[in-house]
Design a protein around this ligand. Structure first.
Ligand SMILES: [Zn+2]
Length: 280
């Protein structure tokens, strides 16, 4: 599933093609549940004739800001993919939404697994949506002190807490494992037990893994493609997520553990990420 770096890469690659473009006509394919809200007829009626003022992102959601004040939120989930092509370009049965643009081209949305969802929301609805998501990891107002107090305020196991979008935005399984590994913090530790130093280190490593992934246009495990149809190049840069159980730790050589934490497959090094650091 695309996380912050992948969605941001899609945003950056689509923005030059879509910013300022007017949508002449919206088409919804047979699988109408791709549009979550409003109902398909209203969705089309409120899209047609509108211009895309700006492409944004909030957490793992891609945003189209329209000149009507409405916002389109798009969650790509497993296999959602967007592209801007000539109308004559070949298509597949997995195209669920497409838009005729005022430059003669089409914006197309493909989704093999069909888990992706589009919503068209008013400014008031956007405010609620925005408030339901935690701070952006790169928000300058998210200081080490703020992050430490956020962690203290929750008595949760770290790994599922980092994946909780209402706690912090944009982090999924890949970058949670990478950040915890780099910070030397065990994924099963409880958030309120972290020291101020550990909290600062974790925030710093979250930012490091996300910006490094952004620089390499995201991680393609299998399906993810950017707005130009290109895979990301970050996979070979992952330190722990791509390792198997019993592989040697790239830092200390100990055997990597692959276990389930908070219902998600989780890799960690029991030596670099001790469960009880005080005992070390
Ligand atoms: Zn290690």
């Amino acid at each position: 599933m695309p996380e912050l770096p992948e969605v941001e890469t899609v945003r950056r690659t689509l923005a030059p093609h879509l910013t300022g473009r007017r949508i002449l006509q919206t088409h919804i394919g047979e699988y109408r549940r791709t549009v979550a809200t409003p109902d398909p007829e209203r969705f089309c009626a409120r899209m047609d004739g509108r211009s895309i003022v700006e492409l944004g992102r909030r957490g793992k959601f891609l945003l189209f800001r329209l000149d009507s004040g409405d916002t389109v939120t798009i969650h790509l989930r497993m296999t959602g993919e967007l592209s801007v092509v000539e109308p004559a370009a070949a298509t597949t049965p997995h195209m669920h939404l497409w838009f005729d643009l005022d430059d003669g081209r089409q914006l197309r949305y493909y989704d093999v697994r069909k888990f992706g969802r589009w919503s068209l929301i008013t400014p008031a609805q956007f405010e609620l949506f925005d408030q339901s998501i935690g701070p952006e990891p790169f928000d300058p107002e998210l200081t080490a002190e703020t992050f430490a107090s956020m962690l203290r305020g929750r008595r949760r196991i770290l790994k599922p807490l980092l994946l909780d979008q209402s706690f912090i935005a944009g982090i999924g399984n890949i970058y949670a494992d990478e950040a915890l590994f780099r910070a030397g913090i065990h994924p099963r530790r409880h958030s309120h037990e972290l020291t101020a130093d550990e909290a600062e280190r974790l925030l710093c490593e979250i930012r490091w893994v996300l910006s490094s992934a952004l620089e390499h246009r995201g991680t393609t495990l299998r399906d993810y493609r950017d707005g130009n149809g290109e895979p990301g190049e970050n996979l070979s840069r992952l330190q722990i997520y791509s390792l198997d159980h019993d592989d040697p730790c790239p830092r200390c050589g100990a055997r990597i553990v692959r276990d389930v934490v908070g219902q998600r497959g989780t890799r960690f090094c029991p030596s670099c990420q001790p469960v009880n650091p005080q005992a070390k």
